[in-house]
Write a protein that binds this ligand. Sequence first.
Ligand SMILES: [Zn+2]
Length: 422
Amino acid sequence: MKILYAKYILPITSEIIEDGAIVVDAGKIVDFGVREEIDSKFKEVERRLDLKNALIMPGFVNAHTHLELSDIKIKREVKDFREWLYQIVEQRGKLFNVGGILGKIKFVRALLEKRWGKNVRKRIKEMLNSGTIAVGDVSNTGRLITTLLKAPIKVQIFIELISFEEERGREFFNIAKEIVSNANDVARKYNLERKFKVSLAPHAPYSVSESLFRLIKNFNIGSKTSVHLAEVIDEVEFIKSGTGFFRTFLIQRNRFDYSWSPPGVSPVKYLDKIGFLDENTLAVHCVNVDDEDIEILSERDVSVCTCPRSNFFLKVGKAPIRKFLDNGINVCIGTDSIASNRDLNILNELKFAREFYTDVSDGELLKIATLNGAKALGFDNVCGSIEKGKDADLIYFVIPSDLKRNEIYRFIFSSSTCFKLG
Ligand SMILES: [Zn+2]
């Protein structure tokens, strides 16, 4: 058992504590409070670590990434989502068929794999170094399951399926469900369920058939799932009327289903109609939603993940976070992938979010980046706040000795470094 001391403790679920202490035993929080009280309660401990001018808080949760895409190279500036999508499709093709024709040469293939692995490790390190203790990672291949199983971070992997054609979707589903079952078996075998979970996720309403949405939902019972939802206005047009960019895009790629009839409603209403939305759904982006959509998301207890830097980069608009929060929606935050962001540093994301969402309070934003993310990924019983019984997934900031209580939030949002506590 050990006690950690710091000038400030920010538990998220309760008031900031000045001159505080946290008791940790076997990686779990046993107690926390004001220094004197804790000292009088816990007289015999193995270690006392006084961080002095420091602020301890729960680590951050990055609820939406695509680590597999760590190798992707996209133009630094894109005109819009459409231009970006064409680029990403081309790049992903290269990535998943490792090196195209050249990739058939064993040596080249090994080199490309090595480079990819190096980039993935770099991004994981970037997350850890910015205080991220849990992540929701979207994967199209399951290539990173072993890496993430071993990484010192809590992980919810979403094995993502993309198919607008029913038959092809069923084939993908049959392969993917085996990957999910095997990975969860391994987690169970090694008692890692507290930190590692895998489930299935559909990509988006414009790229996944209704039948595949249903297959995934039925398979996932009790597990979290994720979906890119209402990211771009073209998606709203396509689901409402079957026209526009996504129709052209699917036809060009020979993936359009001519027997399909458009749902005729907004993407949110469509997913609600087919029974996809509930408390286990993490809807990512939700930029192009109306008041009725927001009401549905709230009623169904859906979590919404916002990716401000990605949305800004792709010029898709700004999610109505204030309205989400006012409607009681659990909002969390994600960096999205390196394909639409500069880095996976959650402190940088928060710095940007602080400027981007002027109508969200500092306290709300920190909750979005911690407890809400943990809830969205199903980790809120083990992390996201400083509470008795939770894992000691703690981080700390070194603060100036004269930092006042009311300057704490601003200090966090302007910081570029923090440290993980063991
Ligand atoms: Zn994404």
